[in-house]
Design a protein around this ligand. Structure first.
Ligand code: HEC
Length: 129
């Protein structure tokens, strides 16, 4: 009997939480990526940037997380993408590929934060920007 009550409670809690999460108002990051940003994602995948960099905290750890790097500006990103560094290879990207990667990283920047301040964390485990 007790098992059934506990099970029923858990199922109800799960249903309520699911309804709550899926009916919340969309975040600003719900904006779909432009065609240029989509092309940039293909460059990102093709050059395997993820092997050294993280997006949303996931990826390789040789380089920094790039979720919000676009906030530093196009000129800043371009300097790295055009030349590489002692630790980041120069991929000899052309101007179009750099523009596409920038558009992609701008889209990623709008869609999430890599560092969330403690006060922005909601009690449900999600966070509010
Ligand atoms: C072999 C590892 C490696 C790969 C692959 C790599 N990077 Fe990097 N990247 C780095 C490292 C390391 C840094 C930090 C600068 C340094 O220490 O030289 C960096 C820095 C950057 C920065 C500046 C970040 C900041 O906040 O200062 C950008 C932008 C960047 N990389 C973009 C890219 C993109 C886009 C790609 C794919 C085309 C890529 N990287 C591929 C290693 C890599």
């Amino acid at each position: 009997m007790l098992k059934r009550v506990v099970l029923a409670l858990l199922c109800t809690a799960c249903a309520v939480f699911t309804a709550f999460v899926y009916t919340r108002k969309g975040q600003q990051g719900d904006v779909p990526p432009s065609d240029t940003a989509r092309q940039g994602m293909l460059v990102w995948q093709g050059k395997n940037c993820q092997s050294c960099h993280q997006l949303y905290g996931l990826g390789g750890y040789l380089g920094p997380d790039l979720t919000n790097v676009a906030e530093k500006g196009d000129g800043y990103m371009r300097a790295f993408l055009k030349n590489g560094t002692a630790r980041m290879p120069n991929f000899h990207l052309n101007d179009q590929e750099i523009a596409q990667l920038s558009a992609f990283l701008h889209w990623v920047d709008r869609s999430g934060k890599s560092k969330v301040p403690a006060q922005a964390v909601h009690w449900t485990g999600s966070y509010q920007l």
